[in-house]
Write a protein that binds this ligand. Structure first.
Ligand code: ARG
Ligand code: ZN
Length: 883
């Protein structure tokens, strides 16, 4: 039965919290001694705190606490009577006028983790206890000053049934393990590093462990442990390897060593997000730990490598130096995403990594930044902080750090980072303190650059080019604007990394200016309108701007399709080569959509096809790069360039273009498919790059519509020994109506039904199918015995994939797609408000669609806002989305 975890019952509009109201805590907590007695009916938490006064005028101590049953409070050893304190749904207020500077509290509370469906605080997943405390989950465990600028030393004793929960873990080092007279097991952990409560973790269960070790460069021996549900021990190799690589990389790249004798990772199957960097005890969504070639795709392997690295890197950027308050979230998240992206670029092909990262930014962050939920990477206010774990704070935050890196250069950036670590180790700080440290350490002025932290919206750049053949001068004029910044627009400091190409495609050497003698430079573009002049040119050059995506901006360039085709074929910068191809393809698709005659055949200009052919036959390129370059921009990418999105037209034209490309290059695709499948992968490229290119070829072959390629895909599916090839074959056939397709989906489910992560893929592939029956299929899948709203991964695999990966059917004219989504949101509003709120965003894009769809989408938002017991989480998202 689905039990509903009680929410606090208040009908008042939730309060908004402002950065400008930040005030230091009145009291600090020096030590925390927790005893957690795990039970099947209830769990009893005894918390002994040593506190100290921080504001001598404070008369009241207010501790956060939610969903707690208070049993007793002792102050300095004296039991308080209920009339001496005041416990509300969210607070415990204690009188402190008479206490001395230092005092102690002992608070006993009772909780029911087994009924906690919100997956915040202490909860149960598949019979095991685990915690998620960021951002404000610790207050679901005990009354506390649950804010990141209160840092304490924790000792944690876990007591429970040793048969049910032989493994009992918490942060730090294991101090003691014993069997109590009553037969229960008691385990004590001590973490010597002061930490904020959001980094607390506790795990108890019947788990298997995989062990390894790592010696830090100063000789510390660290035990590495990955805990998984029994039976998954053979799927930890990649996670373990990734962890060791991350530990080594952080030493080499940033001089950062690990600081405890043990590092533990626990994989759980019910988890709201990707993973959590709790000190010494990271808790992971099993999706980012478990993998073997048979069960996980190459993309899954990459995801694991980057999330393991991300959480490990948090040990320095997040844990040793943490955030003063939650408005500073990007301090740790933007920086840590930047670090994990750097790491992945070092471990894999840097260009392909950059392309993937930018694709993710454009797909998730650009729409957010252009819609009603736009916010700066440092928000100024929030209702519910969990709603601000966004692509903006994370991914755009990482771009902001990357721009600092680009402006400073590797060496000075490292100096700045060294100073940041030296100055702030052990502190809870602000983004301002971070930027100051980088400035002081590097000697580079970042005054104007700071505006990136407080400006919402994606800057748009207009480009004007003038070439004077008489003087040989080329003048490039850029103008920046930002729709979201409105009245407050002030020009941003934008690093413009660029180069010029001559008519043969050779790099032009600058003959003057700051980069004289070089073929590439990083220019400071920091005025609203600014010109850059280059001389000594014999013909009009082609400009390759914002190389490597040197700033998170939208380029509104009036460059001809021929010029784009030229860059697509010739640019020295691989990222820009790919990007030119994407821009060109979007232009072509958009032109075909606009074409008045209703002919279904898209016109693909010769210049485009020639550039395509050139890349197709270039065997020097990394196969993974070739695959990305030969893939058309996604439907949502193209949609971002339409003022009013026409999902059906985009799909139709793009599919037609794919078919034509399939047919035009049919022989090349066949050859490529066979080469990638049979010939060895070129040295210094990973095997995965061959699979990626092979499966790109397969998709184009299927797009031709020829029966033989359905057979090819089916054969690949049957013979495949790895998940990448199996999923690619299924994905290639997911949109057709054909007995082979149904057979494959049935076989796949039959074979893998016991593996939850693979069943998730089965749901996702069907959620993204393009068939007339899709909406009916999705409704049927929601009734499938394997579907549940309770598991976030499963929910995302079907509903998330549908709403964000199937624009045509999500935006079906009937409004059925919107109703499915709002039905799920209302079902989740009480059980897991955090997840429910995350599903609101697609409806928030309503202004981008035609009038009928606008009406349908906003009607669902209104319905959501009228829900009884609307959670603060969903309220904030729906309210902002509608208004
Ligand atoms: N700090 C985690 C990370 O590495 C994310 C945790 C967010 N959890 C949440 N409930 N908001 O990115
Ligand atoms: Zn993080």
């Amino acid at each position: 039965m689905l039990k509903v975890f009680p929410l606090s019952q208040s009908s008042a509009k939730p309060a908004t919290i402002y950065l400008k109201d930040y005030k230091e805590p009145d009291f600090l907590i020096k030590t925390v001694d927790l005893t957690v007695e795990l039970g099947e009916e209830e769990t009893i938490v005894t918390s002994r705190l040593e506190l100290t006064r921080n504001d001598e005028n404070a008369t009241k101590l207010s501790l956060n606490g939610e969903h707690l049953t208070l049993q007793s409070v002792k102050m300095d050893g004296h039991m308080l009577t209920p009339d001496e304190y005041n416990a509300t749904d969210e607070w415990l207020h204690l009188p402190v006028a008479t206490v001395t500077t230092d005092f102690s509290l002992e608070i006993v509370t009772r909780i029911k983790p087994q009924e906690n469906t919100a997956l915040e605080g202490l909860y149960k997943s598949n019979g095991n206890f685990c915690t998620q405390c960021e951002a404000e989950g610790f207050r679901w465990i005990t009354y506390f000053l649950d804010r990141p600028d209160v840092m304490a030393i924790y000792t944690t004793t876990i007591i429970g049934d040793g048969e049910l929960y032989p493994v009992m873990l918490s942060n730090g080092n294991l101090m003691q393990q014993e069997t109590l007279p009553d037969g229960r097991q008691s385990v004590t952990w001590h973490d010597p590093h002061p930490k904020p409560s959001y980094l607390f973790a506790l795990v108890a269960g019947n788990l298997a462990v995989v062990e390894d070790k790592f010696t830090t460069r100063s000789g510390r021996n660290v035990k590495l442990q990955i805990f998984v549900e029994k039976g998954n021990e053979d799927k930890c190799d990649h996670a373990m390897t990734s962890l060791k690589k991350s530990m080594k990389w952080d030493e080499e790249k940033y001089g950062r060593e690990y600081d405890l004798d043990i590092f533990m990772i626990v994989a759980v199957s019910d988890f709201n997000m990707g993973a959590m960097e709790n000190k010494g005890l990271n808790v992971f969504n099993s999706k980012y730990v478990l993998a073997s070639p048979e069960t996980a795709t190459d993309a899954d392997f990459d995801g694991i490598e980057s999330v393991i690295a991300h959480e490990y890197f948090h040990n320095w950027t997040g844990n040793r130096i943490t955030c003063r308050d939650w408005f500073q979230l990007t301090l740790k998240e933007g920086l840590t995403v930047f670090r994990d992206q750097q790491f992945s670029a070092d471990m894999n092909s840097a260009a392909v990594q950059r392309i993937d990262d930018v694709q993710r930014l454009r797909a998730a962050q650009f729409p957010e930044d252009g819609g009603p939920l736009a916010h700066p990477i440092q928000p100024q206010s929030y209702v519910e902080i969990n709603n601000f774990y966004t692509a903006t704070v994370y991914e755009k935050g990482a771009e902001v750090i990357r721009m600092i890196h680009t402006l400073l250069g590797e060496e000075k950036f490292r100096k700045g980072m060294d100073l940041y670590f030296e100055r702030h180790d052990g502190q809870a700080v602000t983004t301002e303190e971070f930027v100051s440290a980088l400035e002081d350490g590097s000697g580079v002025d970042l005054t104007q650059f700071r505006r990136w932290y407080v400006t919402p919206g994606t800057p748009e750049i207009m480009v004007d080019e003038r070439f004077d053949p008489k003087t040989g001068q080329y003048k490039l004029t850029l103008e920046q604007s930002n729709l979201k910044a409105g009245e407050i627009f002030k020009p941003l400091h934008i690093p413009l990394q660029m180069g010029l190409l001559d008519e043969k495609g050779q790099a032009v050497t600058f003959t003057d200016g700051p980069f004289k003698g070089q073929t590439e430079g990083v220019f400071d573009f920091n005025k609203k309108r600014q010109s850059f002049t280059f001389s000594g040119l014999s013909s009009q050059p082609k400009a390759s701007l914002f190389r490597g995506f040197s700033a998170p901006v939208k380029l509104r360039q009036t460059m001809s399709d021929d010029a784009l085709a030229f860059l697509f074929a010739k640019d020295q910068d691989l990222f820009n080569r790919w990007d030119a191809g994407q821009r060109l393809a979007s232009n072509i698709i958009l032109k075909n959509i606009e074409a008045v005659d209703e002919d279904d055949t898209a016109i693909l200009p010769a210049a485009f096809l020639d550039a395509f052919a050139e890349i197709l036959s270039d065997t020097e390129l990394d196969r993974a790069f070739t695959a990305s370059a030969l893939t058309l921009p996604g439907e949502q990418d193209i949609a971002q360039r339409m003022p009013i999105v026409d999902v059906d037209a985009i799909h139709k034209v793009r599919e037609n273009a794919r078919q034509q490309i399939g047919l035009t290059f049919e022989e090349n695709w066949r050859k490529l498919y066979n080469e990638c499948a049979n010939a060895p992968t070129p040295a210094n490229q990973p095997e995965s790059s061959s699979r990626k290119l092979k499966n790109t070829a397969l998709r184009y072959l299927i797009a031709t519509g020829r029966e033989e390629y359905i057979t090819l895909a089916a054969t690949q599916f049957r013979k495949s020994t790895n998940m990448t090839d199996s999923v690619a074959a299924l994905s290639g056939l997911k949109d057709i109506t054909h007995p082979v397709r149904d057979e494959m989906f049935a076989d796949y489910y039959e074979k893998w039904q016991k593996d939850a992560l693979i069943v998730d893929k089965w749901f996702t592939l069907q959620a993204m199918s393009m068939r007339e029956s899709t909406i009916a299929d999705i409704k049927k899948l929601m009734e499938h015995p394997a579907f549940t709203l309770r598991n976030p991964n499963r929910l995302r695999s079907l509903i998330g994939a549908f709403t964000s990966g199937n624009p045509v059917y999500f935006h079906d004219k009937s409004g059925e797609g919107y109703r499915i989504l709002s039905g799920v949101i209302s079902a989740m509003n009480k059980t897991n408000p955090q997840i429910a709120a995350r599903f609101v965003a697609p409806l928030g894009q309503w202004r981008r669609y035609d009038e009928d769809r606008q009406a349908l989408m906003s009607a669902e938002l209104e319905k959501i806002l009228k829900l009884p017991d609307l959670s603060d989480h969903v309220y904030e998202m729906a309210n902002k989305s509608l208004h």
